[in-house]
Design a protein around this ligand. Structure first.
Ligand code: AMP
Ligand code: MG
Length: 422
């Protein structure tokens, strides 16, 4: 088993064995490395995939000089000057996809459509709205300039130019850009395989009949949904009962088949289950108290070659720790160079929020534009870590920093908008 380079102590702890959010994240990021392989896929399957090799253009775009408008292709030597008017004979027509075969002489012009290849001798296009037509001739005045309305070959992209860097998640315009280079196959990173469990004897799967004292599992479904959005292959490992043998077998199976394992619940101090004990036996797992709310207890480490995240049990704590810790780690493992988390913005808080210094709080907020056009934010109401509504109603986290005390109305706070993942 490979060992983890994870430190479990740090200088900025306020309480014995407690890590700040920044330190916990730093530890986790230090322990994960890119895990994704590479595969060739057809461009039609490329959306949201992570590019494994840079895209280097095999051709010029556009490949030939062409007209940017419907009009008349002429030689710049035929442009009139001063007050004069020039009359040019129309000797033919050229449409997109059908290059002109003849030769243009001075004193002549060719009717040309948008996107049609420029006749070899022509270098300027006069918009059709800017000419008078009479007896198969055009009459033009002196308001035109040489070279106008022509898209030059290689104007957008030149042969050999790097148009996209490896490590980006492909967007629709980027797929179009690759298509414009005529490339049918591209090299992308293979998706991570991620196993997801829930723990706890009180937890039921959807579809199970309700039982007294039990709750329906939400954590597994919210995590699976987020992981699918990220493009991971998800192994739904169900709920494992609080029995050492079952936990051991399930974790071992997950470690053999997945790059990453997520569980929720069973990692808090005094949890009535065997999860912690079994994990300690199977892998190198750290059990951290993180100075944050929600989300204090977190287990992180490795079982065999799989990275293990033991998230808290409370549904909002799961979402917060997934967003704040798992997303940056998954980004690194996926070989993605762009952050999965949006940059934070400052917004005016619409009400007071009570807070004590010494931990980072992630309140769930609704970010909107205020009357004066500035960003404003308010919480979604009740902020208990078991109240998933507080999360599903939100469009952003309000991040109340470690050292911060209560927030007064109209104070500026840090807000992290969800980026479509949540
Ligand atoms: P634990 O850390 O296992 O003691 O769980 C903390 C709280 O989260 C308890 O109230 C659990 O019932 C709840 N919880 C644990 N797992 C889940 C789950 N998969 N879905 C919803 N709630 C859960
Ligand atoms: Mg439990």
């Amino acid at each position: 088993m490979s060992t983890l380079n994870v430190q479990s102590s740090c200088g900025d702890e306020n309480e014995q064995g407690t890590l700040t959010v920044q330190h916990a994240l730093q530890n986790m990021l230090g322990a994960v490395a890119e895990k994704a392989g590479q595969e060739q896929i057809h461009l039609t399957d490329a959306i949201d995939r992570v590019l494994a090799k840079p895209i280097i253009s095999p051709l010029n775009v556009p490949s030939h000089c062409n007209s940017a408008v419907d009009g008349y292709a002429i030689m710049q030597a035929d442009l009139p000057s001063g007050e004069s008017i020039k009359t040019l004979n129309i000797i033919g027509q050229v449409v997109a996809g059908h290059p002109f075969k003849g030769t243009l002489q001075q004193g002549e012009c060719i009717q040309i459509m948008t996107g049609a290849q420029m006749p070899e001798q022509a270098d300027t296009v006069i918009m059709q709205e800017h000419v008078e037509i009479e007896d198969n001739c055009i009459r033009l005045d002196a308001r035109h300039s040489a070279g106008q309305n022509v898209r030059q070959a290689g104007e957008d992209i030149q042969t050999g130019q790097t148009v996209l860097q490896a490590g980006i998640k492909l967007t629709p315009p980027q797929v179009g850009l690759i298509a414009s280079l005529g490339m049918a196959e591209i090299s992308v990173k293979t998706p991570l395989t991620v196993a997801v469990f829930s723990t706890g004897d009180e937890v039921l799967s959807i579809g199970d009949s309700p039982r007294e004292g039990c709750i329906y599992d939400s954590n597994r479904y919210s995590m699976i949904a987020a992981l699918k959005k990220l493009g991971c292959n998800v192994l739904d490992m169900g709920i494992i009962a609080d029995e050492p043998e079952k936990l051991r077998a399930a974790f071992t199976q997950a470690a053999n088949s997945a790059d990453v394992i997520f569980t929720s619940g069973g990692v808090s101090v005094g949890a009535a289950d065997y999860t912690k004990q079994v994990l300690s036996e199977l892998g190198s797992i750290n059990f951290w108290k993180v100075a944050m709310k929600p989300g204090r207890p977190i287990a992180f480490g490795q079982i065999e070659d799989a990275i293990f995240f033991g998230l808290p049990g409370n549904p909002v704590a799961v979402m917060v720790t997934f967003y704040q810790f798992a997303l940056p780690c998954l980004q690194k493992m996926m070989g993605l160079t762009q952050p999965l988390i949006n940059p934070a913005v400052q917004a005016k808080c619409t009400h007071t929020i009570r807070k004590i210094a010494g931990r980072t709080e992630f309140q769930r907020g609704i970010l909107s534009k205020g009357k004066n056009g500035e960003w404003q934010v308010g919480t979604t109401g009740q902020q208990g870590s078991g109240i998933l509504r507080s999360m599903s109603d939100a469009n952003a986290f309000i991040i109340l920093e470690h050292e911060r005390n209560s927030v007064q109305k109209d104070e500026w706070v840090t807000v992290q908008p969800f980026n479509g993942l949540f």
